[in-house]
Design a protein around this ligand. Sequence first.
Ligand code: ADP
Length: 304
Amino acid sequence: MLPLGLVVGVLTGSWISRRALGAVDQIITEVREISDGRSLHRRLAEPRVKDELGRLAETLNQMMMRLERSFVALRRFTADASHELKTPLTVLRAGVERAITTPHLPQETLVTLEETLQEIKHMSELVDALLTLARADEGLAPLHREPVDLRGLVDEARETGELLAEQAGVTMEIATPPEPLVVSVDATRIRELILNLLTNAVKYTPVGGSVRMQLGSANGTVTLSVADTGIGIAPGDLPHIFDRFWRADSARTRTGERPGAGLGLAICKWIAEAHGGRIEVVSRPGRGTTFTVTLPSDAPAGHS
Ligand code: ADP
C-alpha cells in the first residue's frame, strides 16, 4: 500500500503544481503579447477566484492601465505641442521672408536673415515629422489609398532626386519596369517615402559616388530599392537607424554638411508598415547602403 500511496501522492502533487504553473505560464505569455508596445489596451483575463494568481492578474492589469494612460498622455502632448508650434512658425517664416525683400539691406543683415530662414525651415520640417509620427501613434493618420501606377510616383521623385544629386556631385540612375505597376496606396505617403530614401542616399554619399533606385515586382509584391555607394552604416548601428531621433555619430551635427533630425527613416518605416509592407537595409561601412521597401501589390484597401 505504501509504494502505491507514494505514487498516487507524487502524481497528484505534480498534477496540482502543473495546473498552478500552467496558469502562471498563461499570464507570462499574455503579458509578453501585451507589452510588445502596440497592445497596451489589452488586459489579462482575471480569474473569478481571487486567489494569489487572481490578485496577480488584477495588479498587472491595473499597472497596464496606468502605463496605457501615460502613453496616451505622452502621445497627446507630442501631437498638441507640434500642432501648437505650426502657426507661430508659419508667421515667423512669412515675417522673415518679407523682411529679406527689403531693399538696401546691409549684407550682414541679409546673411543673418537667410540663416534664420533656413533654421525656420528645418524647424517646420521637424515639427511636421513629429506631428506625422504622433498622429500615426494615435491611429489618427489614416491612409488615403487609391490605385496608382508607382512608376508615376518614382518619375515625380526623379526630378528632385536628380537635382539633389547634381548639387552633391553624385550620379543618379532610376530604373522602372516597362509595364504599369498599379497598386492601391496613399500616393502622398509613398512619395514622401521615396523622397526620404533618395535624399538620404544623396546626403550620405560623397562626391563621385552613385545612387540607383529600382522599382520592380515579383510574386505578389512590389519592391523599391535605393542603393548608394556612400559612407555606409556600421553593423552595430543598423538596429537603431529606424529609431526616432537616432543619427550615426558621423551625421550627428544637426546643421553641418548633413543636416537632419533623425526622423526620416522612422517615418519611412511607419509608411511601409501602414501599407502592410516592410523596409529593410543592407549596408557596409565605406561601401554603401541599400534600402529595400516591399509592399504587397494587392494590399487591402482602407487599412491604416
Ligand atoms: P537624418 O535626418 O539624420 O538623415 P534619418 O532618420 O533619415 O535621419 O536617418 C537616420 C540615420 O541613419 C542618419 O542620421 C544616418 O546616420 C543613417 N542613414 C540613413 N540613410 C543612410 C544612408 N543612405 N547611408 C548611410 N547612413 C544613412
